[in-house]
Design a protein around this ligand. Sequence first.
Ligand code: DAH
Length: 376
Amino acid sequence: MSNVERIEDEARARIAAAATLEALEEARVALLGKQGSVSALMKTLGAMDPEERREKAPAIQGLRQTVSDALSARKAELEEAALETRLASETIDLTLPAPQAPQGSVHPVSQVMDELAEIFADLGFSVATGPEIEDDWYNFTALNMPESHPARAMHDTFYFPDQAPKGGRMLLRTHTSPVQVRTMLEAAKVEGSAPVRIIAPGRVYRSDSDATHTPMFHQVEGLVVDRDIHMGHLKWTLETFLKAFFEKDDIVLRLRPSYFPFTEPSVEVDVGFALESGPDGKSRRVLGGSGDAPGHGWMELLGSGMVNRRVLEFAGLDPDEWQGFAFGVGVDRLAMLKYGMDDLRAFFDGDVRWLAHYGFSAFDQPTLSGGVGAAS
Ligand code: DAH
């Protein structure tokens, strides 16, 4: 038996005997490693004269290939066997509940805006939007607040250095009221099409910050323009809206004379509450009740009024032909009152624990028929 044949036999026996991947690796090192028997045989080729090398090289190189193939084949066998053993020993418990995929939740502000859209859609209102980077003219002047008007000082406005196309500077809108002007101007473009019924929810900005004020907050504006609109329409609309929103029939309103440059007359709308003692013994305000009775009170909720004639004129409508009412209310405040949050700042901290506590299911769409409020 030649040297090559002997080594091949040994190699095959060793490879076949390797019962584990580790043993096979040892065999590989012993055969093909630097000090391995096959490698040693390869080295002898270097010492041969050309004649002998030509004669013996094919068998020796063939041996190396054979051994290497045998190693690969055995490796595949052992891996396959290892997998079979694992599959045979592992079991899947199909009765285990699947791990829950993390679920997002709807922010209370978005929830309330959806609820508002749903309630007002039923009253024939559509949703209008306007830019948050606003022109001084829409935010103030066209709302009857000319440049030197003292009411401008009540809005701690963030101004941009940029000149606004319609005069003054560009600014972050301080309220949603400029959407009134933009909507009416659009409506006035079409002859005889002034009737407008919109709500305009969105972000507004003021340089103000404490437990009840954040530099960015949310308002919803309401605007109705039509012929023969009067304060009765205003009061009925607000009452219907608040009853639907708070899902309570005994909501009472008090209209208190007030002043806004863009409405005349202007009213502050208060809503009646009753003081009830909570589970912790502390008394809390619950909306509803008479407002005036002992143990009851009024809380200021929103600003409203009949659209000022000057605003209608600015918006290109004839105030002798068209009248309107408008209102503006804080969306964050509505959410706090309805769902019981007490710190406005938490709304914008981005803490997912807060959202997990107060957020709402994305699948729970507000509908008038199914209940406009979120269940959780
Ligand atoms: N824009 C007012 C504010 O932010 C709120 C407001 C009051 C809006 C009366 C109205 C309104 O539409 O009629 O303080």
